[in-house]
Design a protein around this ligand. Sequence first.
Ligand code: NAP
Length: 285
Amino acid sequence: MINGHTQLTGLLGSPVSHSISPLMHNEAFRLLDLNYVYLCFDVGTKGLKTAIDGLKTLGARGFNCTMPDKNLMCELADRLSPATKLTGAVNTVVNDNGILTGHNTDGIGYIRSLADSGFSVTGKRMVLLGAGGAATAIAAQASLDGLKELSIFSRKSKFWDRAVHLADTLNSQTACHVSLYELSDVSSLRSRLAESDILTNATPVGMAPDTNHCLITDPSMLHPSLMVSDIIYNPRETLLLKTAKEAGCKTCNGLYMLLYQGAEAFKIWTGKDMPVKEIKKLYFQ
Ligand code: NAP
């Protein structure tokens, strides 16, 4: 029941109408009998500052940011969480009496989704494909959570300079040893994979509608003790995951990363644990 005490949360970005977040959060509020509502606002970077000032004035409890607003939001927040300082991208904001604190729950969501599959990054070696927004969040959180070695493979294009900076920052501010390689360096990719515990695809390669693509073109690069994870959730099984299964690897798709990044935001706003079991059954099968 919406009344005079209802607290406002929501999503800013463009586009946003396809998002599953309103279903997930509003159902979780209902299940826990919390007087909150979650709405979507189609706002790109051009209108972001005005929208943020408006939400602050209205006393909104908090909001998520998605593309293309994540980086600019980092500049507009009053305070930043440690992962956000490393990534330069915010996907969750909480408003405490007019002070906006920016968080990035994508990385935490990813780590929690791996935990569901019985995998912990602590002390492990990871090969990460991509250096965009999601890859950066995963790299930062995994390094903060005790990953031993991270090998990032990226095309030498728009995210390259940012990836060089990220690798330097993680090497100087965490105990993780981070190296950056060009994606076209197939022999390094092969040798890093041979020594790694987990391969993470954080590029859109393999996502619908282009489902016939995969960055691992030779399945012999994969070994059965490698966990292969793809943060894509449409389709549920990408060509990478199919190839990995055939090579005897354990696999994990991006569906629960989506769920858990939302659950972390929910906790930040309400102080309560999202009833993830029920939400999983309803929207994440
Ligand atoms: P992004 O910021 O645009 O980064 C994309 C990365 O992939 C960049 O490093 C880009 O490199 C690389 N890339 C793109 N096309 C490539 C190709 N053909 N070959 C090699 N590298 C390529 O996007 P993002 O927000 O990180 O999202 C990446 C993927 O993760 C998307 O599919 C998105 O849906 C998914 N995602 C899932 C979740 C979840 O909760 N499961 C959360 C966030 C994102 P260049 O610089 O060379 O283009």
